[in-house]
Design a protein around this ligand. Structure first.
Ligand code: RET
Length: 133
């Protein structure tokens, strides 16, 4: 599988507001989140990952093993409980988040030295592109 580890900085952000609305994130948090720079710190040790999403406002961290479902509590995002399962699908790291919201999950992949993150909830797809820091 590809090596997505490292420090990444947000370059473009498409439809984050709609994604946050789909998650019922409140107006004030949405406005702050939209204005933020985001950094991803990814460590990868075989099947084990830690992904930290960092900003000056709030951070969000998950640790997981590929193929092992875990309980994710999205503290500081929409504060829901979901069952998350992450798998490699070809060269894409794909997460399914099963819970109250339909069609929820994300995908990470590398393309021309950039890290792509697609975040999905219901009918909304947000696309973020990161460059190496
Ligand atoms: C911030 C700031 C506070 C409000 C929101 C945020 C968005 C975080 C997101 C994180 C996604 C993380 C993923 C990690 C998996 O690898 C920046 C914490 C809404 C969307 C998909």
């Amino acid at each position: 599988p590809p090596d997505i580890s490292g420090k990444w900085i947000l370059e473009t952000n498409d439809r984050l507001e709609d994604y946050m609305k789909a998650l019922n994130i409140d107006f004030a948090t949405r406005k702050i989140a939209l204005a933020l720079s985001q950094t991803k710190l990814i460590t990868q040790d075989g099947d084990k990952f830690t992904i930290k999403t960092c900003s000056t406002f709030r951070n969000y961290e998950i640790s997981f093993t590929v193929g092992v479902e875990f309980d994710e509590h999205t503290v500081g995002l929409d504060n829901r409980h979901v069952k998350s399962l992450i798998k490699w699908e070809g060269d894409e790291l794909v997460c399914t988040q099963t819970g109250q919201k339909a069609n929820r999950g994300w995908k990470h992949w590398l393309q021309s030295e950039k890290l792509y993150l697609e975040l999905t909830c219901e009918d909304v797809v947000c696309l973020q592109v990161f460059k190496r820091k």
